[in-house]
Design a protein around this ligand. Structure first.
Ligand SMILES: [Zn+2]
Ligand SMILES: [Zn+2]
Length: 340
């Protein structure tokens, strides 16, 4: 079988035997589509890998595929079933796992980092980390495990009232899924977005979503149009996003931060400003299996449309070109999926 390997500055396709025998609870999946995201680019550029992992790495954590073979102890799945894979395999018995925060499991194995990933013809992964995704085109389903499930996690953390108001800062990639999910789950919600590019703005305008272009001063402009928001979700990772978001919030509001940025946080207010307005600030880190189940159901029922988010479908054999595109970021690039 073919699989992609990366090391700092290099991406290539290899050929080798698949895992011969499946262990208990394992399932062999024929990869139909595997998404590429910024974290893959980061890995190919060279990053500090988690303990016990070394280059070359076999990437691919956004997998949609078809079950080929099931190992012992996997009664729920059978060959031919279409699935998506949750990229984390948590231990299931640590404090975080038992508290329902499996995304914080310190010994979780990550597909495409700790274990050979899905930029390959086949992948092996535990059955209990798969969700049946019948009826969703695989190149769309590949968006569900990471970008869409993470957006769902953020929407959940925003604890939106059914008729409340949500602002999403950075509604290009994951943020645009957060907007769409929030509207799908709460049809009477009022939403607005803040984006950086004119292209993102036009896309949202065409979906009749009110948009502000440019973060600076956006809180003030949005306040004039909408008043204050019950929740603000930031996926822009911009330095001023937290402060601008805090300015948008209603008393008791939630600021959900979803970008990983190694910068000190500037809330643009005083401790009093947070305390007396009873504000909450939450970090949203990846997603849980439950998030994946819910977004699969939303996609199956047609309440979210994933197709328009995919700009490039690239054959697996062209993986190096796909990684190069991810670096160049040509105009019109949204999400890319590799298809074996
Ligand atoms: Zn990803
Ligand atoms: Zn755990």
């Amino acid at each position: 079988m073919r699989y992609v390997e990366v090391e700092p500055g290099r991406v290539w396709l290899s050929d080798g035997p698949p895992q011969a025998v499946l262990g208990r609870g394992q399932v062999r999946v024929r990869v139909e589509a595997c998404g590429l995201c910024a974290s893959d680019a980061h890995m190919a550029r060279g990053m500090r890998l988690p303990r016990g992992v070394s280059y070359p790495v076999r990437p691919g954590h956004e997998v949609a595929g078809t079950v080929l073979e099931v190992g012992p102890g996997t009664p729920a799945l059978s060959p031919g079933v279409e699935v998506v894979l949750h990229p984390l395999d948590p231990c299931g018995h640590c404090t975080a796992c038992l508290a329902g925060r499996e995304e914080q499991c310190p010994t979780a194995r990550v597909l495409g980092i700790h274990e050979p990933g899905g930029m390959a013809d086949e992948v092996v992964w535990p059955a209990h980390r798969m969700v049946v995704a019948t009826g969703i085109p695989s190149w769309e389903a590949a968006l569900l495990p990471d970008a869409v499930a993470t957006a769902h996690h953020a929407v959940r953390m925003a604890e939106l009232p059914a008729t409340g108001k949500l602002c999403v800062i950075g509604a290009g990639g994951v943020g645009s899924h957060a907007l769409e999910l929030a509207i799908a789950i709460h049809p009477h919600l009022r939403v607005a977005a803040v984006v950086r590019s004119q292209a993102s703005a036009e896309r949202l305008w065409s979906a009749r979503i009110p948009v502000e272009v440019g973060l600076e001063g956006s809180a003030e402009r949005l306040r004039a149009r909408f008043g204050r928001f019950d929740a603000v979700i930031d996926f822009s990772g911009a330095r001023e996003a937290a402060a601008e978001g805090i300015r948008m919030l209603e008393v008791g509001g939630r600021l959900v931060l979803g970008s990983i940025v190694d910068e000190p946080i500037d809330l643009g207010t005083t401790v009093t400003g947070v305390v007396t307005r009873s504000l909450r600030i939450a970090g949203c880190y990846v997603s849980t299996l439950e998030d994946l189940r819910e977004v699969v159901a939303l996609a199956q029922s047609g309440r979210i449309k994933l197709g328009p988010a995919v700009s490039h479908r690239i054959p697996l054999s062209d993986a190096p070109r796909a990684f190069a595109l991810l670096e160049d970021r040509p105009p019109g690039l949204r999400r890319m999926v590799l298809e074996p």
